[in-house]
Design a protein around this ligand. Structure first.
Ligand SMILES: *[C@@H]1O[C@H](CO)[C@@H](O)[C@H](O)[C@H]1NC(C)=O
Ligand SMILES: *[C@@H]1O[C@H](CO)[C@@H](O)[C@H](O)[C@H]1NC(C)=O
Length: 250
């Protein structure tokens, strides 16, 4: 049974605990009022709701980082249509198409382009190397563009201009060296002869007929290994060939 002194002590300590609780609660509220918890206020507002499709962007000029694409150039469309319709360039057009180069040529008409178009016979002379390997074999996905784009020069040059120049820049970035034969003939990169100068002169574009499909030196060894089945000259080259055949990379 508790003595009177004990009950006084119990009452006193209960009172002190009560005061502590009151002080904690009041001071906590004061502190909370002084430094409101940021999440507390946000939770009372409804969460943002996202609609699909998203609302249109603000109509401010700086919102659009990219200039709209230029309108299609009617002269570029006309050039490609005429190239496609010309029986002598069926193979060349097919090669442009298969190497995904048509849009690139169209784009170049905006500034000037020269096409060195091999005749059908130049592609036929390659035989199965062209039809079964360059057009089809894995690895040629990357190689055909190298070869086709070596026949596209940046800048529009008629034959009279080419006769005064020592090279033109191909779209590939490699220059095409020009050599001039005594009788007025023009030879490209020592590989092809211009047989039909200025066969087509269009707005910002000139087409010359050539007799051979040119291979830029950067593609020559890959072609030998993949299409002419040349034996690899080193274990590294053999590995590279195996890799191309497996992955289709060129
Ligand atoms: C162009 O290439 C596509 C495949 O990339 C092919 O389906 C189409 O027949 C080709 N057109 C011509 C004219 O070669
Ligand atoms: C032709 O090329 C010039 C630049 O060499 C360019 O200013 C002009 O707009 C081009 N014309 C067409 C019709 O693309």
């Amino acid at each position: 049974m508790a003595r009177p002194a004990d009950s006084t002590r119990l009452a006193l300590s209960s009172f002190l605990l009560f005061c502590l609780a009151v002080w904690t609660a009041v001071s906590g509220r004061l502190v909370a009022a002084q430094y409101p918890y940021p999440g507390a206020a946000a939770s009372t507002t409804p969460p943002p709701y996202y609609y699909y499709p998203p609302p249109p962007p603000p109509a401010s000029a700086s919102y659009y980082y990219y200039a709209p694409p230029p309108p299609p150039n009617p002269f570029a469309e006309q050039l490609m249509a005429e190239l496609q319709a010309e029986p002598e360039f069926q193979r060349f057009y097919e090669a442009l198409n298969m190497s995904r180069s048509i849009d690139m040529v169209k784009g170049l008409v905006n500034s000037g382009v020269t096409l060195f178009a091999p005749v059908n016979g130049a592609f036929d002379a390659l035989g199965a190397v062209y039809t079964e390997c360059m057009l089809k074999r894995p690895g040629m996905d990357d190689l055909l563009p190298l070869i086709v784009r070596f026949h596209v020069a940046t800048g529009n040059f008629v034959n009279a201009q080419l006769m005064t120049m020592s090279s033109v820049q191909s779209f590939l970035g490699l220059p095409i060296p020009l050599t001039h034969a005594a009788a007025g003939g023009l030879v490209l990169d020592g590989q092809a002869t211009v047989t039909g100068p200025d066969v087509k002169i269009a707005v910002n574009a000139t087409v010359h007929t050539i007799d051979t499909v040119m291979v830029p030196y950067t593609a020559r060894r890959i072609l030998e290994l993949l299409c002419y089945n040349a034996p690899p000259s080193s274990p590294e080259e053999a590995n590279q060939v195996a890799m191309w055949r497996m992955t289709g990379g060129g």
